[in-house]
Design a binder for this molecule. Structure first.
Ligand code: ADP
Length: 232
């Protein structure tokens, strides 16, 4: 379960991007955050795993408070937050399999990590996940040979192999055509249920949110985020 209490973010420029956001997600709920560009959606998601440091407020994953963890403890907790990015964040010169296995880096020893020698159980799981996301047979392709939709499927498999407790998904379809966007969103929603994982998904496309959400909250820079209740 993820619980966010009164999250505030003021950037060094003085820009107040979050004004006291409070939110809770649990079970396998698929929660969409919709709002115009610049309304703070990305900042919110990134404050959860502290890719952006929040200025005030608290974030709890299960009962662990993330907001005050030191770097080493935060790194351990980040394993439990599978992040799916708008621009995929793949290593382009690596293969599909290597990109997926990089999701296990937080679990293997330092030597295994630098030599990229993963346990057979991780490799077997990567094969299974790639089959599930529709990339069976493409394990040895380089990431830079894939289409946008295929890259996002690699990103999804990489997030799942972390064995996360939650998926954090930042505008996953904004670089994709409408048909691919729909299939990617369907896949994320299905996998959330299959893996019993809550997902928080930022998106500006209201119709996609309406098609796949269990709950939708609206993010608007004009009102404090504590009024993020309004289901559509
Ligand atoms: P969204 O994801 O809804 O498009 P963002 O979270 O990216 O919104 O941005 C929210 C606000 O914070 C915007 O006004 C944006 O310009 C500002 N912002 C985002 N990142 C930074 C940064 N690193 N430094 C200063 N301002 C930022």
């Amino acid at each position: 379960m993820l619980r966010v209490e009164n999250l505030v973010k003021v950037y060094p420029s003085g820009k107040k991007a979050l004004r006291g956001c409070t939110l809770r997600v649990e079970g396998h709920e698929v929660l969409f955050i919709i709002g115009p560009s610049g309304s703070g959606k990305s900042t919110f998601i990134r404050c959860i795993n502290r890719l952006v440091e929040p200025t005030e407020g608290q974030v709890f994953l299960d009962e662990v408070e993330l907001t005050h963890l030191n770097r080493a403890r935060l790194r351990r907790q980040r394993r439990f937050m599978g992040m799916i990015f708008q621009e995929y964040n793949l290593v382009e010169r690596l293969t599909v399999m290597e990109n997926v296995l990089s999701g296990r880096l937080g679990y293997v020893t330092f030597m295994q990590a630098i030599t990229r020698r993963f346990p057979q159980s991780d490799i077997d799981e990567a094969f299974r996940l790639l089959e599930r996301v529709g990339l069976g047979g493409l394990e040895n392709q380089r990431a830079d040979a894939l289409s946008g939709g295929q890259r996002q499927r690699v990103g999804i498999a990489r997030a799942l192999i972390q064995h996360p407790k939650i998926l954090l998904v930042d505008e996953p379809t904004s670089s994709l055509d409408p048909k691919t966007s729909r299939s990617i969103m369907r896949l994320i929603a299905e996998l959330s249920k299959e893996h019993q994982l809550p997902a928080i998904i930022n998106i500006h496309d209201v119709s996609l949110a309406q098609a796949f959400a269990d709950r939708i909250v609206g993010c608007c820079w004009r009102v404090p985020c504590s009024s993020w209740d309004s289901a559509i």
